[in-house]
Structures are given as structure tokens and as C-alpha cells.
Design a binder for this molecule. Structure first.
Ligand code: PT1
Length: 274
């Protein structure tokens, strides 16, 4: 059983999905203004970072083209920058060109669910010179939940993350810029996800800060029998708090105000003296 050694402060990454199912007018057209407004609300609610993504990576999601992804995320990054210049913006992408343009537009963090393995992505991240999150996944979103299998899920995730971190170091990314993420829900069944969460400390023990995304995910729905993602708040808070107590440095969440309140209570307890 891992011990409780929370990092001094946990940062909250607020999710800003710029996909047709989130900010469309009901038709094909996205409304950047609505996404910017949502992002500003998350910032006001206490997010430390806003994660802007134009390609859904949910189970079953299909890839989008570079131009489509750019059209979705760049206006939103620019809009956030204009309204709140000091907001920390992360770009959730696997594509080299999107990384490059997003960082030019003001993104200060690259969140890549493909761990910089796409063509040109590693070089784009080196040149961007911003922190990067390397996430583990098995397969691709369209099919990853069909029948995920591992001999030893913890071992496989640990060695993958170690290997990707080594690659980044060799390419010239400095160690302070590397974050690791077990990729909860990415080609993993409920048991796989639970084993990874239970052993989050061993991911932290690789020596890099850890980012964790559990918010509203299906494993919570399966545990509590709640098929609707937006009714999984309480389970999401519990999973995020477990994460913080076991080594997560950043939690990626939809519900920023609620997560912040929970984290403030945990922090107060952890900091009590006497
Ligand atoms: C994540 C993450 C992410 N998750 C990072 N970036 C998503 N670094 C997008 C489900 O099981 O965990 N870490 N970017 C969202 N992806 C999913 C995956 C959403 C699975 C839902 C599920 O329901």
C-alpha cells in the first residue's frame, strides 16, 4: 500500500474541450467565443492552467485533420490570452504543427496523449521549450477500449514512461520540463485503471512530476453504475483526491471550483502542525 506523501501543492488543470459536441451552435460550426467564456470561468474558479484541446481522445473518438484542429484551438488560445494575459494555457495535442502554432499563440505547456511519438512532435516540443506531459496509452481512441490487455499493466506503463522520458532527455528537453501521466482510461479496463491509481506513487518515483486525468471517466461510471459522465462529480473528486495524496502534482478536471474546494481542505489538514 503506497504511503501518503502529497506534493506541497497540487495544481488544477481545467479542461477546455473545443470539439463540436462541446461548443457548437448545434450544427457544424464551433463557437470560439463560447469556449473562451467557459475557459475564463474555469480560470476565475481557480484553475492554475487551462488545457485547450481540439481533438477528442475519448473512447470511440475519431482523429481530426491538422487544419481542423488549428481552426478549433488557435482562436480559443488567442481569445484567452487577450482576456487574461497571465492565464497559463496548455495545448492538448499530438500534432507537431499544432504544438508549434499554439505555442506561438501563447500556450506555455504541451499536453500530448501520444507522448511526443507522432511525426515531428518531439522536435516541435524541443523547439517550443515549454514543459511537456508524456502520457501512456494503448492503441488509439477509436478502438482502444475494445479489449485492452496487459501482462502487467503497472510494469508496462512504468517502462513506457521511463523510455519516453529518456527519449525526451536525449533530444534535449530538460528534466524540469517533463511530466508523466499513466493515461487513465486510455486502453485500460476498470481493473487496469485501479491498479495504476493504487500504485501512482511508483510512477512519481520515476522522478518526474505526475499529471493525472480521472475527471468524469468511464471507470468511475462503472464503479458507481452511472452511465452519464456529467453525473460523476463525487466519484471524480474522490479519485482526484486519491491522486493528490499519492503523488499527483497536477489534476486535469472539468469541475474546477469543486475540485479546488476539496483540495483546499486536504491541503489544510496536510499542513497542520502540532
Ligand atoms: C488525461 C487526458 C488528457 N484525458 C492527459 N490528457 C483526456 N494528460 C484528454 C473515459 O474512460 O488523462 N491525461 N486529455 C480525455 N480522454 C478520455 C479518456 C476521456 C477516457 C474519457 C475517458 O470515459
Amino acid at each position: 500500500m503506497p504511503g501518503n506523501q502529497p506534493s506541497p501543492a497540487c495544481q488544477i488543470m481545467g479542461v477546455v474541450n473545443v470539439t463540436p459536441d462541446s461548443f457548437s451552435d448545434g450544427g457544424r460550426f464551433l463557437q470560439p467565443a463560447a469556449a473562451v467564456e467557459h475557459a475564463l470561468g474555469l480560470w476565475q474558479a481557480g484553475a492554475d492552467m487551462l488545457d485547450v484541446g481540439g481533438e477528442s481522445t475519448r473512447p470511440g473518438a475519431e482523429p481530426v485533420s491538422v487544419s481542423e484542429e488549428l481552426e478549433r484551438v488557435i482562436p480559443v488560445i488567442e481569445g484567452i490570452r487577450q482576456a487574461v494575459p497571465d492565464a497559463v494555457i496548455s495545448v492538448d495535442t499530438s500534432k507537431a504543427e499544432v504544438m508549434q502554432v499554439a505555442v506561438e499563440a501563447g500556450a506555455r505547456f504541451i499536453n500530448d496523449v501520444n507522448a511526443l511519438q507522432s511525426p515531428g512532435a518531439l522536435q516541435a516540443a524541443v523547439e517550443a521549450d515549454v514543459p511537456v506531459c508524456l502520457m501512456h496509452k494503448q492503441g488509439d481512441p477509436a478502438t482502444m477500449q475494445r479489449n485492452p490487455r496487459y501482462k502487467d499493466v503497472l510494469h508496462e506503463v512504468l517502462s513506457f514512461l521511463q523510455d519516453r522520458a529518456d527519449n525526451c532527455l536525449a533530444a534535449g528537453i530538460c528534466p524540469e520540463h517533463i511530466y508523466l501521466d499513466p493515461g487513465i482510461g486510455f486502453g485500460k479496463n476498470v481493473q487496469h485503471n485501479l491498479v495504476l491509481l493504487k500504485n501512482l506513487n511508483s510512477i512519481r518515483a520515476l522522478g518526474y512530476p505526475v499529471l493525472l486525468g480521472v475527471s468524469r471517466k468511464s471507470f468511475i461510471g462503472e464503479i458507481v453504475q452511472q452511465p452519464e459522465a456529467d453525473k460523476r462529480l463525487y466519484g471524480s473528486i474522490a479519485a482526484a483526491m486519491w491522486g493528490w495524496l499519492h503523488g499527483a502534482d497536477i489534476v486535469r478536471v472539468h469541475d474546477v471550483a469543486e475540485t479546488r474546494q476539496a483540495l483546499q481542505v486536504l491541503t489544510a489538514i496536510a499542513q497542520a502542525s502540532g
